[in-house]
Write a protein of this length. Structure first.
Length: 254
């Protein structure tokens, strides 16, 4: 989403909207715009304040709101549930203080640029040290809010705990690195054994071979890769080798 978001009317004619949860203002905006969960014109589908409260209660995300200076003026209770940090302690701090107040990890430059331009941002990460001393990774998204006359009011957004997802990505990276290291060790071993070692696919096509194979059969490795392994089979078995492979796959017997 680019440019300005739909104008959000400040509560009680207060530009900051302090004291009014974001979902209440959002509900009023949706009703004013005629938004609904369906598009069949059924008035019963119109979103209400109660609907938005239910969405917030059911969501695993936490919600935040800032003023035009970037200071947090609302942080939902879910943040405290996820981090052990009192949400009220964050009110009055800038978005960039969120990381600094929780362990010193800084919010990335992309977020700062988007905030400075009063543009939406999505899925931007920062890390914080929570109450038990562990580091948790948060994913934050926000949209700018503007008054009806176009004045910038601040940001409204959501955040979620992405620690498990980050841990999974890091674990996958470690597993990939370990597999690559294992393959390098295996290749180093095969490259120095005296026996020929050839790997083939289910159709008998050579996928790899070690240097000993090339020395024993008189081929360069590049000449063998992609050819049928029967090229290395002598005598009458040469023409029947594909049949042997099919029988082995079907029965497990050579």
């Amino acid at each position: 989403m680019e440019g300005r978001a739909t104008a959000m009317k400040p509560a009680m004619n207060d530009e900051s909207g302090i004291g009014v949860p974001p979902f209440a203002q959002a509900a009023r905006r949706c009703r004013a715009a005629g938004d609904s969960l369906w598009t069949d014109g059924d008035d019963r589908a119109a979103l209400t304040d109660g609907d938005f409260r239910s969405f917030v209660a059911a969501s695993s995300d936490w919600f935040w709101k800032s003023d035009r200076y970037g200071r947090l003026i609302y942080v939902s209770p879910r943040f405290a549930e996820q981090t052990g940090l009192a949400a009220g302690r964050l009110v009055g701090k800038r978005l960039t203080d969120l990381a600094a107040a929780s362990g010193g990890a800084r919010i990335g430059e992309p977020m700062l640029r988007e905030i400075a331009r009063q543009r939406p941002f999505r899925d931007l990460m920062f890390s914080i040290a929570v109450a038990d001393g562990r580091t948790r990774h948060m994913k934050v998204s926000g949209v700018p809010a503007f008054a009806s006359e176009g004045a910038f009011l601040g940001y409204r957004g959501t955040g979620c705990d992405a620690t498990a997802a980050i841990a999974a990505i890091e674990a996958a990276g470690r597993a990939e690195a370990a597999l690559a290291a294992s393959e390098r060790r295996l290749r180093a071993t095969l490259d120095h054994v005296a026996d020929a070692v050839v790997t083939i696919d289910a159709h008998g096509i050579i996928e790899s071979c070690n240097p000993a194979t090339a020395r024993m059969f008189g081929y360069d490795p590049e000449e063998l890769i992609g050819r049928n392994v029967s090229v290395l089979v002598p005598g009458p078995d040469k023409d029947r080798h594909d049949h042997y492979i099919r029988r082995y796959i079907a029965s497990g017997q050579g």
